[in-house]
Design a protein around this ligand. Sequence first.
Ligand code: GLU
Length: 474
Amino acid sequence: MSATQAFTGKVVTRFAPSPTGFLHIGGARTALFNYLFARHHGGEFRLRIEDTDRARSTDAAIAAILDGMTWLDLNWDGEVVYQFSRAARHAEVAHQLLASGHAYRCYATAEELAALREEQRAARQPMRYDGRWRDRTDWPNDQPYVIRLKAPRDGSVTIDDKVQGPVTVNNAELDDFVLLRSDGTPTYMLAVVVDDHDMGVTHVIRGDDHLNNAFRQLALIRALGWPEPVYAHIPLIHGSDGAKLSKRHGALGVDAYRDELGLLPEAVENYLLRLGWGHGDAEIISRDEAIQWFGLEAVGRSPSRFDIKKLENINGHYLRAADDARVVDLIAARVAATLGRDLTPADRGLLQRTMPELKKRASNLNDLANGCLFYLRSRPIPMDEGAIKLLASATPGLLDRARERFAAQADWSAAALEQAARDMAEQAGLKLGQVAQPLRAAVTGSAQSPGLFEVLEVLGKDEVLGRIDDALVG
Ligand code: GLU
């Protein structure tokens, strides 16, 4: 099979992150595309951790990737492949290429290569290895050598990239790159090719910062006579100013989207999916629809800009659609941290009942966790500035009358309480808001809250009367 032929067998994709300390938001999108493509074709989605940089590949950095994948529910098939553990296999393939004449020993010293680069720089030539050991066999004894690929020198290679379209590079531009270092360790280029092959990868879907590597990797694949994968290089995500996404644009790791921004995984997934891929006007797309619709032909060629507002909007949508008990679980730790105590089963029950109301006003879990605090705080509850103002400007005697009225109230449903408030307003010649706002301030400690009468119902009579008393004293 050549890279230009259509693929007909079983699809195998992979996500191959290098541990950096977190699952990068752009990496998460690459993972998602690979996942969806595999699932769409009834194929396999594999995960390979490219942990050859030993300093960066700490247990914590690897765990962060697995954690992010799990959070996004991007289930991979089979065991995770750890690239470093396969170094012996990589070396074996380098030696196989040496034996078949597709690779050669290069004894050029570091000083020699530095001098070569200097010459090329001075002559304003592209800096690349000149093939000085390509045809030599006068190998010195006991000298360290690297193994280089004997890459084709003439002609050109075209990759029919499924996102970028056909891209051609002259072989003269590609040098005889190193496969195995003199200490016997494989280079990244060799490791990727061998691992992809051994994992049966048929489609390589990754960031377009790897497009240049693809030409070298393809030269290696051809030297090995292995099947060529289909390539799809997707444009990187840019920030709102059009520059490549970086720290100054905001959070990069998906864990920050979960912990700091309080977003739901399905919202992040939906947003990432729409970032660079589309299906008509569809904005809210379920996992099942995504699997059904996903294809590389609808991946855009230009970089997409990350828009946190849009992500928050989508999150608000998913939050309202989410199961209430689940949302209570998701905010429980945040709420407990602010209250300084664990939530009781009664607290959880209360939050679950009121969740449909609370959700209307929230676009993320932080908003929700803050918005529900007034329900759970012990008396006297803190008053914010808006509440203090409302209470100060309330009609004199109003709260006393409301307290009296509510104390005599037998039916404590939201509807009955609303009727009682309306009656009070009428009798006093006030508008409903003039009664409701001071009451809201007294029982919620704020000028904004979910519907007042639902709040009164949920808090219960004793608590409401108690809070009114506190406001009267304060
Ligand atoms: N490990 C590479 C990275 O994190 C990806 C390699 C690949 O997808 O071929 O950028």
